[in-house]
Design a protein around this ligand. Structure first.
Ligand SMILES: [Fe+2]
Ligand SMILES: [Fe+2]
Length: 126
């Protein structure tokens, strides 16, 4: 079973880490079939996921992140997955597994690069 924080790189930006944690916990519980998911909770999860991408994109644009376009394009792949019925009953476990792995990969690459850029920017300003 996926064990809490160990497998997600911590980015040390509170809202991002918190949203990643919530998303991965939910995906993990779908994959482990711990609960029966009522339609409303799946719908809530999809909204949460879509909002996460919007929050990051808003954050990047506010900070003037130079790789905004590439990062937002990477989000689009997930958003398309969500809209194409990935999380509709009956849940497709294999595809959700891929989504999970891609999402963790995205955190470790795109999101981590964003956070590193911010840290460098801050240092340059001092
Ligand atoms: Fe993210
Ligand atoms: Fe991202």
């Amino acid at each position: 079973m996926w064990s809490n924080d160990k497998s997600i790189p911590k980015l040390h930006i509170a809202f991002i880490d918190e949203e990643h944690r919530e998303i991965l916990i939910f995906l993990d519980s779908i994959l482990n079939g711990k609960e029966d998911y009522p339609e409303a909770s799946i719908r809530g999860f999809k909204v949460y996921l879509l909002e996460h991408f919007q929050h990051e994109e808003y954050f990047m644009s506010r900070k003037g992140y130079p790789e905004y376009e590439q990062h937002a394009a990477a989000h689009k792949v997930f958003v398309e997955g969500i809209h194409s019925g990935l999380f509709q009953e009956p849940l497709k476990v294999l595809e959700i597994q891929d989504f999970f792995a891609l999402f963790v990969g995205h955190i470790a690459s795109y999101d981590a690069v964003l956070v590193n850029w911010l840290a460098t920017e801050k240092m340059n300003r001092v």
